[in-house]
Design a binder for this molecule. Structure first.
Ligand code: AMP
Length: 313
């Protein structure tokens, strides 16, 4: 392709773009992101490219999935850099980067970033006058475990914003990273349960050369924390090797991760060994499972996971 993607900032323009292409018989792939793009995001876009005629990338830091104590206002962003990366990639047809998806009145585009942040947050708070956003999608069981324990509104926010993006972009296929394993499963379930005619594709985790999973949040790690954070990958690798080569219980697998992350100076938020589709915790590894880890390094919470398929399943 090689040409610059069309950049759309409002829902109506995005919907019109997509509808007009679809009416010409074109299929559309959507890659939802929160921006500050890295090679993990670009890999998703490369996965999307052969799956549809047109590829749309959305960039939106969704206030609906952050609790008040979380890092919404400090989430890294660089829209200019992102747009350049997407143009250089040469396979993106449109970029959807709304300033506020919860603005049902219009009029946020002229605001400063700080005003936009507070407006976005207030839009999704329950308003006495009934003007706030009040419809949420809950994928009841899948959202409860793993990261849902320490981030109780997170998956409700993710499912809702992805549904909004699906309704606006109307894609045929959407790509999600397995890096956010629970998120990917929650979206698959939502699509099935709500009859969205959208194929969901899970794309493999992209890592730095030393194994750290790429994440927009990695830039917020100090050099020392960056070294410590590698303990997530190293401990999961050791746990996986042990699971595949020795008779072990899941508790022993989890202990390997807990001890190695702890020793490195990280603070474990969650370690679970769960069945890959239902995300139900298991005690022994007889079926395909995934080790999911969330840990804090300083003020940065990182997540990662590793699938274990016993006997080469
Ligand atoms: P985010 O911008 O962090 O919300 O991520 C947008 C999409 O990119 C999600 O589907 C993530 O799972 C995916 N993603 C982020 N980091 C990676 C990675 N290192 N490897 C694969 N996919 C990723």
């Amino acid at each position: 392709m090689g040409s610059e993607p069309e950049v759309m900032r409002d829902k109506a323009a995005m919907r019109l773009w997509s509808r007009s292409r679809r009416s010409q018989g074109k299929t559309v792939a959507l890659v939802p992101t929160m921006g500050f793009l890295h090679d993990g995001h670009l890999a998703l876009i490369r996965t999307a490219h052969p799956l549809a005629d047109l590829t749309v990338v959305s960039i939106y830091v969704n206030p609906g999935q952050f609790a008040p104590s979380e890092d919404f206002s400090t989430y890294p962003s660089d829209l200019t850099g992102d747009l350049k990366k997407l143009a250089d990639l040469g396979i993106v047809h449109a970029v959807f980067c709304p300033s506020n998806l919860y603005d049902y009145e219009g009029g946020f585009s002229e605001m400063s970033t700080a005003d936009r942040v507070s407006s976005a947050v207030s839009c999704i708070e329950a308003e006495d006058d009934g003007s706030g956003h009040e419809t949420w999608i809950r994928v009841e069981k899948l959202e409860r475990g793993l990261c849902g324990k320490s981030r109780p509104v997170f998956f409700r926010g993710v499912a809702t914003v992805v549904a909004k993006l699906f309704n606006i972009v109307e894609p045929d296929v959407a790509i999600f990273g397995k890096k956010d394993y629970q998120q990917w499963r929650v979206i698959c379930r939502m699509v099935r349960d709500l009859d969205y005619a959208i194929k969901i594709v899970g794309s493999e985790i992209v890592r730095e050369s030393d194994g750290l999973a790429m994440s927009s949040r990695n830039v917020r790690l100090s050099p020392e924390e960056r070294v410590k954070a590698l303990s997530i990958y190293n401990s999961m690798s050791k746990a996986k090797y042990t699971a595949l080569h020795e008779q072990t219980t899941c508790q022993e697998i989890k202990d390997i991760v807990i001890q190695m992350v702890d020793k490195a100076g990280g603070r474990i938020d969650c370690v679970e060994v769960v069945e890959q589709e239902s995300l139900v915790a298991v005690e022994d590894i007889r079926t395909p499972v995934v080790i999911c880890v969330a840990a804090w390094f300083g003020k940065v919470r990182l997540i990662d996971n590793m699938e274990i398929n016993p006997c080469g399943i």
